[in-house]
Design a protein around this ligand. Structure first.
Ligand code: GDP
Length: 429
């Protein structure tokens, strides 16, 4: 049996879609353990790009079963649209998607609160959420007034719970210029989606455990990245869920002793969407190159992403809190042809120089950079490490040495085969 967790090492958007897609070649079960419809995975199938937001990307592999586990928050309307879009492309979803009856439902008042709050916030206070209602939905979960997908099947019970939630949100909505939502209207609009999705509901923690016990390959994927994790990220500019590998245990209902390895997704440079400190940010032509060549625009919102150099202290921190056993290094090809190449190796903080990531003091800390040799020859055709120019190989080795773990995959282009694979990730350790 092998259960592997894949977690973003930076601020998300590390190119998870492609790597998960590759790993699902060998996965019997692909489980998403956290987040909601904000995480757009861009998959390239043939010549077509498909963006999935809720459904695990394993859905494109006919042999994989996909699980949306209880750590997720689900907008039923978005999920139905996504299933329609997949089926229109000939992807069979029925019978291959299992939905946790304990996952929480994103309801219209969550969306409204999210949008009105972001609209009302000052620039400095704006989190830069995707306004998909995810934050307010997780708030309800923690406040114990959330509506779980299993609740929705029982109409009277659902009505009572939604009424209580509407009452709780009412003063907030009115203060933001909105109105008290109507539980009846919400339920009415939701019913067709509930009817359609009810047959997919199950105790997914049991499904995952059965698969692991049955000797299947299980891939557990998070959403966003370590620095957006609600506990370990750059709080308060974080997401509302556990993006780190530990979230796989609570979010999917798997004990830590059942996990065999953690792959950290590392983009060859850094990007960040939304507000918050970003010490290695580049606001020059290099930053523009990374944005343009790397296509760094949000896959859900289209927002341009902030871009910057790789941050080794941040990666070491991510390796530690996720217990990474290897990394998948993505978008190496985007670094080709840069006029200069630098990496952040340490920080100058109030207390002096440190190689630790100054998580709670980022705004006051200055990154210390080391210059590396850039490369100019295209690397898109590299399929072995030896195919890379010396400077690119040095870049990979430098990261491996800084983190003390190997790069098990190096991605050199968006296509499935534009990949340097080293070793079998599902091989038992
Ligand atoms: P994700 O949500 O983590 O998958 O990240 P994004 O939404 O940012 O998707 C990554 C984008 O980069 C997609 O358009 C992919 O096709 C593309 N991509 C993934 N890996 C690579 C790579 O190694 N090189 C290049 N040039 N593009 C890549």
């Amino acid at each position: 049996m092998t259960a592997i967790v894949i977690a973003g090492a930076q601020w998300g958007d590390e190119g998870k879609g492609k790597i998960v897609d590759l790993l699902t070649l060998r996965a019997d079960l692909v489980v998403r353990y956290a987040g909601g419809p904000n995480a757009g995975h861009t998959l390239v199938v043939g010549n077509e790009k498909v963006v999935v937001r809720l459904v695990p990307s394993g859905i494109l592999r006919p042999a994989s079963t996909c699980v949306m586990a209880q750590g997720m928050v689900v907008d039923l309307r978005v999920l139905c649209e996504e299933i329609d879009a997949l089926e229109a492309r000939g992807v069979k979803v029925a019978g291959r998607l299992v939905l946790s009856d304990r996952a929480h439902a994103i309801l219209p008042y969550h969306l409204e609160v999210d949008a009105r709050r972001e609209g009302a916030a000052t620039d400095a206070a704006r989190i830069g959420t995707t306004k998909k209602g995810i934050g307010p939905c997780y708030e309800d979960k923690a406040a114990r007034r959330g509506i779980r997908l299993g609740d929705l099947v029982h109409r009277e019970h659902a009505r009572e719970r939604i009424e209580a939630a509407c009452e709780a949100w009412s003063p907030v909505l009115r203060a933001l210029g909105g109105q008290t939502p109507s539980a009846g209207a919400i339920l009415e609009a939701l019913q067709p989606h509930v009817d359609r999705l009810a047959p997919l509901l199950a105790d997914t923690a049991k499904v995952v455990d059965d698969a692991i016990r049955g000797g299947k390959n299980v891939l557990l994927e998070g959403a966003q990245g370590t620095l957006l994790d609600v506990d370990h990220g750059t709080y308060p500019f974080v997401t509302s869920s556990s993006a780190t590998a530990g979230g796989a245990c609570t979010g999917a209902g798997v004990g830590p002793t059942r996990i065999d390895g953690v792959i950290g997704l590392v983009k060859a440079y850094t990007t960040r969407v939304g507000g918050g400190p970003f010490p290695t940010e580049l606001s020059d032509a290099v930053g523009e190159h990374l944005r343009k060549v790397g296509g760094e625009f949000g896959s859900v919102t289209g927002r341009p992403r902030r871009t910057g150099w790789l941050d080794l202290p941040a990666l070491r921190f991510a390796a530690r809190v996720n217990g990474m056993t290897s990394i998948a290094l993505t978008k190496m090809d985007v670094m080709t042809g840069l006029e200069r190449l630098e990496v952040c190796v340490a920080y100058e903080t109030k207390a002096g120089r440190t190689e630790e990531f100054p998580l709670d003091d980022l705004a006051q800390s200055k990154p210390i950079f080391r210059a590396m040799k850039p490369w100019s020859a295209s690397i898109d055709h590299a399929r072995k490490l030896e195919d890379l120019p010396t400077e690119a190989r040095e870049y990979v080795t430098m990261i491996e040495e800084a983190l003390g773990i190997p790069a098990s995959l190096v991605s050199v282009g968006p296509e499935r085969d534009a990949t340097i694979a080293r070793g079998d990730l599902f091989a038992p350790r």
